[in-house]
Design a binder for this molecule. Structure first.
Ligand code: ADP
Ligand code: MG
Length: 313
């Protein structure tokens, strides 16, 4: 279990991470989701003990990362952001070197290195220099490095950044597979990625947590409001008055003005209210002609944006 307790990280006066707390249970795959500069890498670096927090504690299986760094770090495999270092080594040399650093028992080292190379699909390229590999394979090498020492927890910083679609699919399924044996924290700024892989999402923005929930719940939290797109011809500009006439409407927003003079509005009603019939009736009364009406499907992407916007208020 990982306990992050009131972590703050300041760089001079700038606050990169602002008093965040969360727990991660064994076996969870958790996504740290947020835009660039949100504080994802900083948070991960603090959990791994790579950088020191200004305030707060991280407890890994009962070990405080500041007081018992060796014991805490032993449980963690870390894949940093970007391409791997040591690009003048071959794949096998690199994994071997990591095994030395992590003090894997000498007698077992060879066998363990083999196993990791197999697991990460690197067997065919094990004798190649890392610098000559494709971006996708380089990412696998980083992953292999993180797996050395059989850590219980894997921390993967933006594992699919810079990869092509095929490589992304491969890395994602590898992460899912690894999730059967490891607790995983991964960061991403792509919502669909996190919702595909993770069973818990921590959304952070500007160093603060804006939401912690399952992908499904996050979606539900913001899709309860019924949203409808209506395209209308409204020569007398009466749409604005409609809001006061229909009690269930919470918001009317102009989306776009079309060349033919029609306008598209997004109408948001109270939770669980389908107001399409009411809109038809009321708009007719006001002489507003409806050209098109459709329900707006709120996606997880919208959920993410709403939460982030809400967090900024
Ligand atoms: P993310 O990984 O979510 O993109 P980071 O954790 O890398 O975000 O950065 C969070 C904030 O902290 C950013 O505003 C960044 O500029 C700042 N920051 C990160 N590292 C340093 C550093 N070494 N010195 C000063 N500011 C930093
Ligand atoms: Mg980052």
């Amino acid at each position: 279990m990982i306990e992050v307790k009131n972590i703050t990280k300041k760089y001079g006066k700038a606050v990169a991470v602002d008093n965040i707390s969360f727990n991660i249970e064994d076996g969870e795959i958790v996504g740290l989701l947020g835009p660039n500069g949100a504080g994802k890498s900083t948070t991960m670096n603090i959990i791994t003990g790579f950088i020191e927090q200004t305030e707060g504690d991280v407890i890994i299986d009962g070990y405080n990362t500041l007081k018992k760094p060796k014991k805490a770090k032993k449980e963690i495999g870390y894949m940093p952001e970007g391409v791997p270092l040591y690009t003048d080594l071959t794949v096998k040399e690199f994994v071997n070197y990591m095994a030395e650093i992590k003090q894997v028992n000498k007698k077992e080292r060879k066998e363990k290195v083999e196993k990791i190379i197999e697991k990460t699909g690197l067997k065919d390229v094990e004798k190649k220099l890392i610098k000559n590999l494709s971006r996708g394979y380089k990412q696998r090498v980083s992953m292999a490095g993180a797996l050395v020492g059989e850590p219980k927890i894997l921390i993967l910083d933006e594992p699919t950044v810079g990869l092509d679609p095929k490589q992304i699919t491969e890395i994602r399924s590898m992460i899912k597979e690894l999730g059967k044996e490891h607790t995983i924290i991964l960061s991403s700024h792509i919502l669909s990625e996190v919702s595909q892989i993770c069973n818990k999402v921590i959304i952070i923005n500007k160093g603060k947590i804006v939401a912690i929930d399952t992908p499904e719940n996050l979606e539900n939290r913001v899709t309860k409001n019924n949203c409808i797109y209506v395209t209308v011809e409204d020569k007398e500009n009466k749409v604005d008055e409609i809001k006061d006439k229909i009690e269930e409407i919470e918001k009317i927003e102009l989306v776009e003005e079309n060349e033919d003079g029609t306008k598209q509005y997004l109408i948001e009603a109270e939770k669980d209210k389908d107001i399409r019939k009411t809109i038809f009736a009321e708009f007719a009364k006001e002489n507003i002609t409806i050209f098109e009406m459709k329900k707006a499907d709120t996606t997880l992407e919208d959920a993410f944006m709403k939460l982030i916007e809400g967090g900024n208020k």
